[in-house]
Ligand binder design. Structure first.
Ligand SMILES: [Zn+2]
Ligand SMILES: [Zn+2]
Length: 245
């Protein structure tokens, strides 16, 4: 299997180490055909996300410059958006999502909810769920529902690290992903995805995306663990949107 594109990389605009140009240079060096710049949306707390929505203008400028410097690499301008309410609302408005080349979305626990109850349901309760089965069950329902609503209501190309730090119903999510054409990520950085997850999701007809989730330029195009898991699960390469057999 050859992964020809890395659709999930971070830069200094959120909490990555390199610049947009550094990531694109690394992609060119590794012979990738495409790389996406997908910094965290503004709802991530403690400086993990972009400062504000205006930051997208700065990112766009750097993306433009890196396209000129490395014409052999297709550079996609994107985002890793946060789900900030149980109705699947994202921290990036719709008109902005439409301007982007690629939209990733997923759960992050260190995030500002749209309201305090949203923050409890999508963030704090997932911590509290460790000590209470009742809370764990409720959290799982809302984690799954919010993701499903997010891909129904918004244009989302890939769900990032599904099930990382939060419990979700894989089967239900994968069924909806297959219906609306959203891929599930196999993330090289967070090797939480076991082969069972992939098998369950694949049975629902979902497609997948293998990503580095690079937080430094050296990690761009580093798919090691994700590739291993995909092969282990016996995943058909045709089901992975950025792989050629
Ligand atoms: Zn993430
Ligand atoms: Zn990420």
């Amino acid at each position: 299997m050859k992964v020809f594109a890395d659709y999930h990389t971070h830069t200094r605009f959120s909490h990555g180490k390199g610049t947009v140009m550094d990531n694109v240079r690394a992609a060119a060096r590794k012979g990738l055909e495409a790389v996406a710049i997908t910094d965290h949306g503004p709802a991530n707390l403690f400086g993990l996300g972009i400062r504000s929505l205006a930051t997208f203008d700065e990112i766009a400028e750097e993306v433009g410059r890196s396209r000129e410097a490395f014409p052999e690499v297709r550079v996609l301008m994107g985002v890793e958006a946060n789900i900030i309410d149980t109705d699947g609302g994202l921290d990036v408005p719709d008109d902005l999502l439409k301007r982007l080349d690629i939209v990733l979305a997923g759960h992050h626990l260190v995030v500002r909810g749209r309201t305090l109850p949203d923050w409890w349901k999508l963030s704090a309760r997932n911590y509290a769920a460790r000590w209470s089965r009742r809370l764990a069950e409720r959290a799982r329902v809302d984690n799954t529902k919010s993701l499903i609503e997010a891909i129904r209501r918004n244009r989302v190309d890939v769900v990032t690290h599904p099930g990382l730090h939060v419990s979700i119903d894989t089967e239900e999510l994968a069924r909806e992903c297959a219906r609306v054409g959203t891929a599930l990520e196999i993330n090289a950085k967070h090797a939480h995805l076991d082969t069972e997850f992939i098998k369950v999701a694949a049975r629902q007809g979902a497609s997948f995306c293998i990503s580095s989730d690079a937080h430094s330029p050296e990690e761009v195009g580093d798919f090691g663990r994700a590739l291993e898991v995909a092969i282990h699960a016996g995943l058909d390469p045709e089901r992975i949107i950025n792989v050629r057999a």
